[in-house]
Design a protein around this ligand. Structure first.
Ligand code: ZN
Length: 508
């Protein structure tokens, strides 16, 4: 600890006026290692985050206070000032959550505009917060699927802790959500709820019957496999009726009813079970139902078929994710017929509005072509982004450590087939210029090229877990070092790139 910091601690221990202390830090370049917005007071203790050569640390002043005793760390005595130096662990984040309630995730059910900001590294939240702070959009700052947790080697407690520290660092008091994203099993949902996730996105894909070509002629037979009382109920509810949903008139033929029953009925029954057994007892949890991981786009009629049954069974849906027409590939713009998208989006929006929930747009990173349509047609929506936050991190690495980027890039290309097991993309590596032909100055252009973006996008897990001969994560450590050394630049890149998302959606 430098003399300058020690002086600051002495002033802080006496003064305890947060506004003055923040101003002191902001106006003194020698105090730049203190995060000004992280200065907080609780029961007489002063806390702040400090940048050190071995990572960020929480400093707590005020030896006799409850929070000082609760924080786990090393006690120091410096010229009569006692302070505790604490690591930013999950354990300490629980203490912060207890004494500073605004750092807890919460339900965002009341917010009309919400965005999910997945963060694979645990470093993106400050930039996301700086962007979102003065907008109408409420952020879901913690958002991870099991696939992402497995690929990055992270856990929900760790993901949430990283967000808590960022919220504390930025003094963001407007509330944020935490999404257990794309969860498929009851066990995973229970685990996520236990950690305190405030949103659950149920992925029903294991229960959706993706029809094979040869099954198309066997719909009647497959439908007959549903229990007879179920079929009876469906036919009474849906057949021979013309249903008005906004400007939309929906009607089921025997054929379309059977088709939807075959594809979706098991998923609907599963979603009802999950809601009744886990979500409802958990209290204020925002429940999202996702039926987007299917082979074919969700027909508006199918959307209605699913939603009506859920609502009538008492499921409180906060948002629902259909699979839209066209392609929502990871990390690149929309591909498909924009006119058709608009027409179908309008129908999906009418259904969502009719039932009182938000549409949720998955794989929402970089879909700039369709954002204006979404912004225009929806007064309420949820848009999920994830990979683009990682790609902005890569942009920083390209600029600040091109040598590291070259290693990541070569590794990604070598292991592309492995990554394709987890993610569907259409990238053609042969369209990516060879690294040897590019100077360091030309490397940034790669992050504007769809094929390179997708390759880097889907290989993040393999890159982070890449081990050298000694079993060391040789890329991961350098990635974290580079981003930690350039945290303001990373925040700026995120603000700019995610800001473009908000602008196109018409909310900034
Ligand atoms: Zn999805």
């Amino acid at each position: 600890m430098t003399n300058k910091i020690a002086d600051f601690c002495r002033v802080a221990a006496e003064k305890k006026n947060i506004t003055e202390l923040k101003a002191l830090v902001k106006n003194d370049p020698e105090l730049a290692v203190i995060y000004p917005e992280s200065i907080h007071e609780s029961g007489g203790a002063i806390l702040f985050l400090l940048k050190t050569s071995h990572g960020k640390r929480l400093i707590v002043l005020g030896g006799n206070t409850l929070i000082f005793k609760a924080c786990h760390g090393v006690e120091h005595l410096l010229e009569k000032i006692t302070f505790k130096e604490c690591r930013l662990t999950h354990e300490n984040s629980l203490v912060i959550r207890k004494y500073f309630p605004f750092t807890n995730p919460q339900s965002l059910a009341e917010a009309d505009l919400t965005m999910g900001f997945g963060d694979r590294l645990g470093l993106a939240s400050p930039g996301q917060i700086r962007l979102i702070r003065d907008t109408k959009v409420k952020p879901v700052l913690a958002q991870q699927s099991m696939r992402e947790l497995n690929l990055t080697g992270r856990t929900y407690p760790g993901v949430l802790a990283d967000v808590v520290w960022a919220v504390f660092q930025e003094d963001y008091q407007n509330g944020y959500g935490a999404d257990g994203d794309h969860l498929k099993t009851m066990d995973d949902i229970q685990m996520a709820l236990g950690v305190g996730m405030t949103m659950i996105t149920l992925d029903c894909s294991d229960y959706i019957h993706n029809l094979k070509n040869e099954e198309l002629s066997q719909i009647d037979k497959l439908y007959a496999e549903l229990p007879s009382e179920k079929r009876q109920a469906l036919e009474t509810r849906f057949l021979g009726k013309s249903i008005q949903v906004g400007a939309l008139t929906l009607a089921f033929s025997t054929e379309s009813l059977r088709l939807n029953g075959v594809i979706y009925q098991k998923a609907i029954d599963y979603a009802i079970k999950v809601f009744q057994e886990l979500i409802k007892p958990a209290g204020r949890v925002d429940f999202e139902v996702s039926i987007d991981e299917t082979l074919t786009p969700t027909d508006p009629l199918s959307h209605f078929f699913v939603a009506l049954q859920l609502i009538e069974a008492g499921v409180k849906i906060n948002s629902l994710a259909p699979r839209f027409c066209g392609e929502f590939q990871k990390g690149i713009d929309y591909r498909g017929d924009v006119k058709q998208f608009e027409a179908e989006y309008q129908a999906h929006e009418a259904i969502a509005r009719h039932f009182g929930y938000k549409l949720s747009i998955h794989s929402g990173s970089d879909k700039f072509t369709v954002f204006p349509i979404i912004g225009r047609l929806s007064e309420r929506f949820h848009v999920k982004t994830a990979g683009t936050n990682w790609l902005e991190a890569v942009r920083v690495i390209i600029r600040q450590d091109p040598k590291l980027y070259r290693e990541m890039h070569a590794f990604a290309l070598k292991h592309l087939d492995e990554a394709k097991k987890y993610y569907h993309i259409s990238a053609d590596p042969s369209r990516i210029p060879s690294l040897d032909s590019l100077s360091d100055d030309q490397l940034p252009e790669l992050m504007n090229q769809d094929d390179a973006r997708q390759v880097i996008h889907i290989t993040y897990g393999l890159i982070l877990q890449a081990k050298d001969e000694d079993g060391k994560n040789y890329l991961k450590e350098r990635i974290y070092d580079c981003l930690n050394q350039n945290e303001d630049l990373y925040a700026e890149c995120l603000e700019k790139h995610l800001g473009k998302h908000l602008q196109k959606l018409g909310v900034k």
